[in-house]
Design a protein around this ligand. Structure first.
Ligand SMILES: Nc1ncnc2c1ncn2[C@@H]1O[C@H](COP(=O)(O)OP(=O)(O)OP(=O)(O)O)[C@@H](O)[C@H]1O
Ligand SMILES: [Mg+2]
Length: 787
């Protein structure tokens, strides 16, 4: 077995096939990564090897440059950080289970050495070298995040109820979905399991969030409390607010929210990195990351809140990605219990259903695991393309999984009796893989994981593992340079932005500048295009229009200042000085007029540049890391497409071969049963005649005579039938060999697909695109501070 085979881009090495009777074979199970875009389910009793399998799959993803979000309710996915290319006992020692060493009656060191040996041998048995482990560590960043705790990298999720961005805010259905699940999550956190249709708390909080988000504002918890006391609207539905939900009773909700805010554990929920999916999936340099989101330390309500918030963020992130038929990222939930139940409707269910329906188009594969087949809403999983079914405890569990599978596309046309038989023969680490992408179910044993599966990590161990990669405390902002301050004083610049009328927004486009200059800013949307080479891209962007000495916008000098996302509100006394602004810039009425005027004045003079290499065109304002990700995704798409074309090319051939095997198999079966019948007849005839003789018939009657001769004839027939079986069996063998050959040829051709040329950043050219004036839409006007 050469590693080259399974290191091919787009193929995940999951294990080796086993025969129906459990006998191992040498055939590798390599699964196309693009098959996972239709999502996967992994079911099996405790200890059946689900986590081992999914962890191996995540390792494969990392080897292929595919990042993953890993929801870890049990704490054992952090084992992904336990990879030791040198496989020395001392590498394992800090992580072995001391209790196990004690039970074995040996020292920790001895036990660690034994574990190291076990891992080395296990990996070797599965054809994996220490270099492969080194490659895994080099190719991906692996980190443990701990919301509400600083054992790992803390994640803040309650800093504010962040207004969703364009992609969500402008889709009424998505926005309402997000409002609903955030409200439900928050009420769950308060211990109020509210029914969205009946609960006043639910109606009020969701109306407050909807109102805030529509205005683009992001209230924090304190802001929410204020809004519950004095809502920014006077009615809910058709009822006056105070009738619907009298102030006195609203006070109870205020108290509950306030208790949450004041609770000692709450502070940690506000600390740490913001929950930003793009930042979780890749390092700033663009390296893929396996982001383990450890939630074992949280209460049930907190877990639900976190998972729901995470799923909502994933939806928003997903909506910003271009469509792709290839796998871009994975979302793995190690124990789906409680998040996707068949009957109940917890806050997580809405966003999960939405993801299961829509994520495929964006290349996001969802993988869920569970011990208990009763925990799953099979209707939601009907389109799930990949099923890994491990050993199950009870017959009822087996039947339930089979039913679920039958109702899913992956199980249509499956032979239930055969599947049932296969389920009965599953051992530890042996799974039945049923997939819409495979012609038949396959049984396989999972490969040995590169990561050391030591079981759940304690908080202290997580701290130890993550200490080395903890980000250094951010340096405090540099003080204002005194020189800039003094020279600015002469020009009238101030350390605070000027006060503008209500409705006039102010944003800063420059990251650092000693003195910021006010310009007219326009938030706009439009399409940019270029004829040679042909390229086109739609973008949200910010236009900066300088102000002439006449106090009017100099439209001719307008430029695209960058992405809306790269601007930030001005920080008073933040180190920059603000130059004086023309009076007109501070008035709301002038901005209204300019917004209309801009539509006429702005045109082809607005340009953006994008980068291009091979067939990949980047997006405006994209940094190197994002452009590299785009190139890599393009390579995956190329390869998946090549594989798909080969499969298609071979499909007639392999179908014909499979049919031939099927026909030959039927012939063998038919002749076997004929032969059996003939033998039986012969045995009966011979038996009875001989029996007759034995029973001491003194004289041989004619009848007996003829019976004996019939028996003799029967024996010849039985012989003939069995030679027929012989030739039919030979034909079946030949047909099977032929089918195997076709399969092998296909595999060989897939293996021979050249890896797409490593399209390098250096070879990228820059293309300038001009605005197509008819597509310009100006959304709002305000003050944009530039350098
Ligand atoms: N691929 C593998 N390579 C090496 N060891 C494995 C592998 N899979 C499972 N094991 C061993 O089997 C044990 C149990 O497997 P695993 O944790 O995957 O079970 P599980 O199905 O996830 O159980 P649970 O439902 O309790 O989480 C692991 O702790 C590990 O020791
Ligand atoms: Mg597990």
């Amino acid at each position: 077995m050469t590693p080259e085979i399974y290191e091919k881009l787009g193929q995940f090495y999951l294990g080796r096939q086993v025969e129906t009777d459990g006998k191992p074979t040498d055939d590798l199970v390599l699964y196309d990564s693009s098959s996972l875009t239709t999502h996967g389910v992994c079911v099996g009793m405790t200890g059946s090897g689900k986590t081992g399998l999914c962890l191996a799959l995540l390792e494969e993803a990392a080897m292929d440059g595919i990042p993953a979000l890993i929801v870890d309710p049990k704490g054992d996915l952090g084992n992904l950080l336990l990879t030791f290319p040198q496989m020395r006992g001392e590498d394992f020692a800090p992580w072995v289970n001391e209790e196990d060493a004690r039970k074995a009656g040996i020292s920790n060191e001895e036990f660690a050495a034994a574990e190291a040996d076990k891992w080395k041998n296990g990996l070797a048995e599965w054809g994996q070298s220490p270099e492969r482990i080194a490659a895994l560590r080099q190719k991906a960043d692996i980190a443990i995040y701990t919301p509400g705790s600083n054992a790992g990298i803390p994640l803040s999720i309650l800093r504010s109820f962040e207004a969703p961005d364009h992609a969500v805010a402008e889709d009424a259905e998505l926005l309402s979905e997000r409002v609903q699940s955030t409200t439900a999550g928050l009420l769950g956190l308060l211990g109020l399991d509210a029914d969205p249709l009946k609960s006043r708390e639910f109606s009020l909080l969701s109306a407050i969030l909807q109102d805030a988000w529509k205005k683009g504002s992001s209230p924090d918890l304190a802001g929410l409390i204020g809004a519950v006391q004095n809502p920014p609207f006077a009615s809910i539905g058709v009822l006056p607010l105070d009738d619907f939900y009298p102030p006195k009773q609203r006070m109870e909700l205020v108290m509950a929210l306030n208790n949450l805010l004041a609770s000692p554990g709450f502070a940690t929920w506000r600390e740490g990195e913001p929950l930003d999916i793009a930042n979780l999936l890749h390092t700033p340099e663009g390296k893929p990351r396996l982001a383990v989101l450890s939630i074992a330390h949280l209460s049930d309500a907190e877990r639900m809140f976190f998972v729901t918030t995470l799923l909502e963020e994933v939806i928003a992130w997903m909506r910003r990605q271009p469509g792709t038929p290839s796998l871009r990222a994975l979302l793995y939930i190690d124990e789906i219990f409680g998040y996707l139940p068949p009957v109940a409707n917890p806050p997580s269910k809405g966003p999960l259903l939405l993801l299961l329906k829509q994520a495929r188009a964006f290349g996001l594969g969802i993988l869920v695991a569970t011990q208990n087949p009763a925990d799953l809403d099979y209707k939601a999983l009907a389109n799930c393309g990949t099923w890994f079914i491990g050993r199950l405890q009870t017959d009822r569990d087996k039947q339930r999984v089979l039913e679920g599978l039958e109702s899913a596309s992956a199980g249509r046309g499956a032979d239930r009796a055969k599947l049932n038989e296969m389920l009965n023969s599953l051992g530890k680490r042996v799974f039945l893989l049923n997939s819409v992408h495979l012609p038949a179910p396959v049984m396989f044993q999972t490969r040995w994981t590169m990561s050391y599966l030591r079981g759940p990590l304690t908080r202290e161990q997580i701290r130890l593992l993550m200490d080395s990669s903890r980000p250094a405390k951010a340096a405090t902002t540099a003080a204002v340079a005194p020189a800039a301050a003094s020279s600015a004083a002469a020009t009238g610049a101030t350390p605070e932005p000027p006060a503008a009328e209500a409705g006039v927004w102010q944003l800063v486009a420059a990251e650092t500048a000693s003195t910021l200059i006010p310009t007219l800013g326009l938030r706009a949307r439009g399409t940019f295009a270029c004829k040679r080479p042909v390229a086109e891209t739609a973008a949200d962007f910010m236009v900066s229009v300088p102000f002439g000495p006449d106090g009017k916008p100099a439209w001719k000098n307008a430029v695209v200042a960058g992405s809306v996302d790269d601007t930030a509100p001005p920080v008073p006394h933040g180190g920059s000085l603000f130059a004086p602004a023309a009076a007109a810039l501070l008035q709301a009425s002038s901005h209204g007029a300019w917004q209309l005027e801009g539509r006429q004045q702005l045109g082809e003079n607005l340009e953006v540049s994008v980068r291009r290499t091979g067939s990949v065109t980047g997006a405006p304002f994209e940094d190197d890391a994002d452009f590299r990700l785009r190139i890599e995704q393009g390579m995956r798409e190329q390869r998946d497409e090549a594989v798909r074309r080969l499969r298609e090319k071979f499909s007639v051939k392999s179908k014909a071969a499979a049919q031939k095997v099927e026909r030959a198999r039927e012939t063998v079966a038919r002749q076997q049963s004929q032969a059996r019948a003939a033998q039986m007849q012969t045995a009966i005839s011979v038996g009875t005649s001989i029996l007759g003789a034995f029973l001491g018939k003194k004289t041989m009657s004619l009848g007996n005579m003829s019976r004996a001769s019939t028996a003799a004839r029967g024996a010849t027939r039985a012989m003939k039938e069995s030679t027929d079986v012989g030739t039919a069996q030979e034909r079946l063998n030949a047909a099977e060999a032929e089918a195997a050959e076709v399969e092998a040829e296909l595999e060989a051709q897939i293996a021979a697909i050249p890896s797409p040329a490593d399209a390098a950043l250096q070879t990228a050219e820059t293309v300038r695109l001009k605005l197509v004036p008819s597509t310009l839409r100006i959304e709002s006007a305000g003050i944009l501070w530039t350098a």
